[in-house]
Design a protein around this ligand. Structure first.
Ligand code: FAD
Length: 295
């Protein structure tokens, strides 16, 4: 176990380990906390490469992400990765949070810019004394000997990027700044993922890119979220829900679609799968069962 916990995520993926990982978010209350820990315990037997915990823009989440990832490091067999954003922080504050991650036994960080208050399409104004782009945070993290760093990637392009080519160049900048691997935004067409990988490879960079998987369990909520973050739900996917009225049927269709996407990605050479769990384990377990991945 010691070896698994001390090797970097990027190194493990590069060594050919098929990576499975699960993403959680800091809960708001005691009931949410119980749900989170149930999900973590349910998914622990699958021995994921890592589990990650998001970082919110609000002041209180800072401590929550530190405490959850620290607890995962101490109390479970899992390798935690803490997200960190530049939103509302000076460079010195970001250094302080990295100190806290290291102090809590967390050695992998997903370095993000974060969103403006009105969402990812809004105008970004850096905090005075803070950072402008995720690549600067990557540099800050990568300078520390005890930390490893990953970044975000966007199969359909970040909604504020000038073009898909420019978006790929930004990922290349982050890789050159020290990012060891990337995790993508959710998407529903495998071709978008493979096209991103091709764009990045054509720029001479071989950073491993893990596809982010979000099963569609609530079509309306996913479509709305997709509009916000620049991720389209293809007509083929929308149409597959036509005529479905029973919650169980809708759920089964969402799991089937996610399973087919996972199969296509793995067969096409994706180095693994990163699941957005929404702090629940059931959908991920159902997809694993359909993929015949057992504990
Ligand atoms: P950047 O890479 O800095 O890109 C932001 C914009 O700036 C893009 O338009 C890019 O093209 C442009 N850009 C970047 N560098 C340059 C440059 N040098 N010159 C010119 N333009 C440039 N948000 C949270 O708040 N908390 C989280 O925990 C969180 N986790 C996430 C996890 C994943 C896997 C993903 C995909 C996203 C996550 N996000 C999270 C959302 C993320 O913060 C937003 O998508 C944000 O708008 C962009 O962050 P980024 O790190 O990609 O920024």
């Amino acid at each position: 176990m010691a070896d698994v916990r001390t090797r970097s995520i990027g190194a493990r993926i590069r060594e050919g380990e098929r990576s499975f990982s699960f993403e959680f978010f800091p809960p708001k209350d005691a009931a949410g906390e119980e749900q989170l820990w149930n999900a973590i315990r349910d998914l622990e037997p699958y021995r994921p490469t890592f589990v990650s915990v998001t970082y919110g823009a609000g002041g209180s989440t800072r401590d929550t992400t530190v405490s959850i990832t620290g607890r995962i490091a101490k109390e479970t067999s899992l390798l935690p990765m803490a997200h960190l954003t530049c939103v509302g922080h000076t460079r010195a504050e970001l250094e302080g949070i990295l100190d806290a991650y290291e102090g809590a036994g967390v050695s992998n960080v997903l370095a993000l810019r974060g969103d403006p208050e009105d969402g990812p399409r809004g105008e970004w104004t850096p905090t005075p004394g803070g950072l402008t782009y995720a690549s600067e945070l990557v540099e800050l993290v990568a300078r520390r000997r005890g930390l490893h760093v990953g970044v975000a990637a966007f199969p359909e392009g970040h909604p504020s990027a000038e073009s898909l080519d420019r978006d790929a160049e930004v990922l290349v900048l982050k890789a050159r700044a020290g990012a060891e691997f990337a995790v993508t935004q959710m998407f529903f067409d495998a071709d978008d993922y493979f096209a991103l990988v091709d764009r990045v490879r054509s720029l001479g960079v071989d950073i491993p890119i893990l596809p982010g998987i979000m099963p569609i369990l609530n079509l309306r909520a996913i479509t709305r979220q997709g509009e916000l973050i620049g991720c389209a739900v293809p007509q083929r996917v929308l149409g597959s829900f036509d005529g479905l009225t029973e919650p169980a049927e809708i759920r089964a269709n969402g799991i089937r679609l996610a399973t087919e996407l996972c199969q296509e990605l793995l067969e096409g050479g994706a180095p693994g799968l990163h699941f957005y769990t929404l702090n629940r384990s059931r959908a991920t377990r159902d997809i694993f069962e359909a993929l015949q991945i057992t504990v």
